[in-house]
Design a protein around this ligand. Structure first.
Ligand code: TMP
Length: 204
């Protein structure tokens, strides 16, 4: 049964690990599944991701950033997400359009309606379930082992707090789609919470 599941969260929230572990669990249960991520997931997306995360060019405008994330997403939807959903695969995406609302909208301060309109134009497929791994900003950063900081990680704490609050607002606006998980809990507990919700959706 096709399901589109996205993982969202701030830096160091552990969402990548949880996305991987859900993917493995689905495969073990013989459920066709695919794991992809944003930015990236296609040849074009990987090029854009490198630029978006690691470019030293500080003159990049927030609008340019918004369009680049959406260019990467449009390609990912066309090449990967849509065809797999059409085949009945469970598609798991590590970050998706809500990252753009949280980071470019709430974080960078772009007009939220503009962000949502561009998101909608680039990718009209909506997730069935979005898992938000929520963690206080300082705690998330303290968990990061890789000390190299990309363009987003180099932003100040106020930026990351706005991102976190943005996510929580989005989740509150659409509680039927979002599941907010306290990411300070043990990995095993988080895995269990996620699996319970996914199993529920699969048995619908
Ligand atoms: P990650 O690969 O470690 O998740 O890093 C991706 C970074 O890009 C992360 O800091 C969040 C940021 N990002 C945006 O700002 N907007 C977006 O739309 C997406 C998908 C990611």
């Amino acid at each position: 049964m096709a399901l589109f599941i996205t993982f969202e969260g701030g830096e160091g929230s552990g969402k990548t690990l949880q996305a991987r572990s859900l993917y493995t669990r689905l495969l073990k249960a013989a459920i066709p599944a695919l794991l992809t991520h944003e930015p990236g997931g296609t040849a074009l997306g990987r090029k854009l991701a490198r630029w978006l995360k690691w470019s030293q060019d500080t003159g990049i405008s927030p609008l340019t950033e918004l369009l680049m994330f959406n260019a990467s997403r449009a390609q990912l939807v066309k090449e990967v997400i849509k065809p797999n959903l059409e085949e009945g695969t469970v598609v798991i995406c590590d970050r998706y359009a809500d990252s753009t609302i949280a980071y470019q909208g709430y974080g960078r301060g772009l007009n939220l309606e503009t962000v949502k309109t561009i998101n909608q134009m680039a990718a009209s497929i909506k997730p069935d379930l979005t898992l938000l791994l929520d963690i206080p900003v300082e705690q998330g950063f303290a968990r990061k082992r890789d000390k190299r900081r990309d363009r987003f990680e180099q932003e100040d704490i106020a930026f990351h707090r706005r991102v976190r609050q943005g996510y929580l607002k989005l989740a509150a606006e659409e509680p039927e789609r979002w599941l907010v998980i306290n990411a300070s809990q043990s990995k095993a507990k988080i895995r269990q919470i996620i699996w319970q919700r996914v199993r529920q959706l699969l048995s619908r």
